[in-house]
Design a protein around this ligand. Sequence first.
Ligand code: NCD
Length: 312
Amino acid sequence: MSLHGRDVVSIRDLSREEIVGVLDAARRMIPLAEGSRRSPVLAGKIVAMAFFEPSTRTRLSFESAVQRLGGGCLTIADAGGTSLRKGESLYDTIRMLSSYADAIVLRHPNEGAARLAARASDRPVLNAGDGAGQHPTQTLLDLATIRERFGTLAGLKVVLLGDLKYGRTVHSLAYALAEFGSEIIISSPEGLRLPEEHRDDLKRRGAKVREEPSIDRAIREADVLYVTRIQKERFPDESEYRAVAGSYRIDARLLSAAKPKMIVMHPLPRAGEIAPEVDATPHAAYFRQAFLAVPVRMALLAAVLGPARRGG
Ligand code: NCD
């Protein structure tokens, strides 16, 4: 099936073949993302960036991707400047945006907001993060980073470390890793464990998932160490956050036990979970990961909005 005109709300909206297709196309987009070649694939297209939660990389890499492909953006970077402040519903905002743009990229604090937006819009909606729900385009670039380093997405041991309760990046990534046949090792402070529903669902799908509370042991085994930030903004109360704040930090000493080819990833922003000294080690992959956001989002936008392929 072609991605043309489709919504991407959850990573589960894409088949394995579709994911691989986006990753292959993203590889070809790298020179364009670097600015050394040009393409008019999105010429005349307008993409609305509707960001109702803070964002740096996601919004800017989407905007860069659209502009590198010759398209234009309409951007809401702050809910405070919009009619949502006057009580307008998300449904109305999205309906209106879908008459101004050819696609909508949405970030919203409420889980389920992207699904609602997809129903409200007759244009494709790409979920750029809905509360503690999903973040499928982040998963695509995470997979691109892993595949670039290891040449495969299968048979790897991937440690998901940190806030697995509220972290939407890991909620999305875990499903994709399971689909591609990598082993998932979850490691988190007690209060931030992966919710049962996710764990059960992964197991039902036959995923290899296990828990390893010791960071030391997890690091020794890992091919990929995927570190996340504690999602402070999602805690119902401050004392719950304080109980887990600063409970893990990856530094050069911890990494001395890692496999030589192990990579450290992080969706960023980091807030103390990875010591700056790690940047200079061969393990650090998070800045490459942030760069790959552009070619991956270019590939996705081109598939969703570009000229429809014959037979596709
Ligand atoms: C993440 C997010 O917004 O979920 N950031 C991102 O998109 N790169 C992770 C985070 O905020 O911790």
